[in-house]
Design a protein around this ligand. Structure first.
Ligand SMILES: [Zn+2]
Ligand SMILES: [Zn+2]
Length: 346
């Protein structure tokens, strides 16, 4: 994935006195104010930055100096819902806030900040009127659905949002337990070295490597790789490659003798099979925040569909999987574990 060009947030001219004296509008005054679709904020060098409704922005927190650039995590982040003004100089936005994990913890004590990364934000249903003088650049906050098998990749210094906060109900959605590891702690992309993901529809969860147990039976590499492929993302049934191909495994082959039944995997390109037999992992030492979930799942799905329907691979199969993302470059062999739920190899 191409890395985003790094740029620091723009700075504002030092303002000694606020231009407006009326302060934050009341709800009643807001209703009477003129509507706008966008507003413009000049930076210190005089460049104009335009902000529109539905865009997300960095906002200067109270007491933070406007004329120096700070680390992106030092800013507040909000989504612009409405723009209104008293006059040209006195423009306001109604902002829906993203909260930091620490802010959520201050109202929901059970919300565990140790399971959150520094770039994690929680979308709240809490709104404020914010002067456009406090706006400090555009921001993007990626939606991160940990249960999704097609989650888009993003860099480790990209803001992301896994949860929503219902402020009045003091509730987090979706329930943190739905995505947390079996130990109850969520995946922290800044801290956790290797998380193992089980793609089965009934599992769709990632586990800290240290919370998992090793399989009782030791398998050789070839058998293990087949077991990884057979942990299908499309079914909870334990179907072998031969079951899907409609052929029974030959007993002779199991004993390692020459078999007359061809291996159903032989019909697939080697790179596709290699991608499908990767362990699905993510974490600081395992391919980044979202890891290889999407790529390996896509490879297993292609094999699954083709075997199940007895149809050839789609001609554009290469466009459907990111082989580079699936197969880690020279990573040390990852130990094998069993999924705590479905007991398949992960
Ligand atoms: Zn755990
Ligand atoms: Zn599982």
């Amino acid at each position: 994935m191409p890395r985003r060009k790094k740029k620091s947030l723009f700075t504002h001219k030092k303002v000694s006195k606020p231009k407006f004296t009326l302060g934050i509008p009341t709800d009643r005054e807001w209703e009477t104010m003129q509507h706008y679709a966008c507003f413009v904020v000049p930076d210190e060098e005089g460049n104009q930055h335009s902000f529109k409704i539905h865009q997300t922005a960095f906002i200067l927190p109270d007491g933070v100096l406007p004329d120096t650039s700070h680390h992106p995590t030092a800013y507040w982040i909000g989504r612009i819902k409405q723009i209104r003004a008293r006059n040209e100089e006195d423009v306001w936005a109604r902002v829906q806030w993203y909260w930091s994990p620490q802010e959520v913890n201050s109202v929901i004590k059970s919300f565990d900040v140790s399971g959150c990364g520094q770039y994690e934000r929680i979308m709240s249903d809490y709104y404020d009127y914010v002067s456009t003088a406090s706006f400090c650049d555009h921001a993007t906050v990626m939606r991160y659905d940990e249960r999704a098998v097609d989650q888009e990749e993003f860099d480790s210094d990209h803001f992301y949002c896994r949860f929503d906060l219902e402020y009045r109900a003091r509730r987090i959605l979706p329930n943190v337990e739905n995505t947390a590891c079996c130990c109850g702690v969520s995946y922290n992309p800044d801290r956790d070295p290797v998380m193992h993901f089980c793609p089965r529809p009934a599992c769709r969860a990632a586990y800290h490597q240290e919370c998992l147990t090793r399989p009782d039976k030791k398998l050789d590499k070839i058998a293990r790789n087949r077991k990884f492929i057979e942990n299908w993302p499309d079914t909870d049934e334990n179907l072998s490659i031969e079951d899907l191909a409609g052929s029974r495994p030959c007993r002779k082959r199991r004993k390692g003798l020459k078999s007359s039944v061809p291996d159903p995997l032989e019909q697939f390109p080697e790179t596709l099979v290699r991608a499908a037999q990767q362990q699905i992992v993510k974490g600081v030492q395992a391919g980044g925040v979202v890891g290889n979930v999407k790529a390996v799942v896509a490879a297993r799905q292609l094999i699954y569909c083709s075997l199940l329907e007895g149809s050839p691979l789609p001609t554009d199969w290469k466009d459907k999987i990111d082989v580079e993302a699936a197969i880690p470059p020279k990573r040390k062999g990852t130990p094998v574990f069993v999924c705590p739920q479905c007991k398949n190899l992960i």
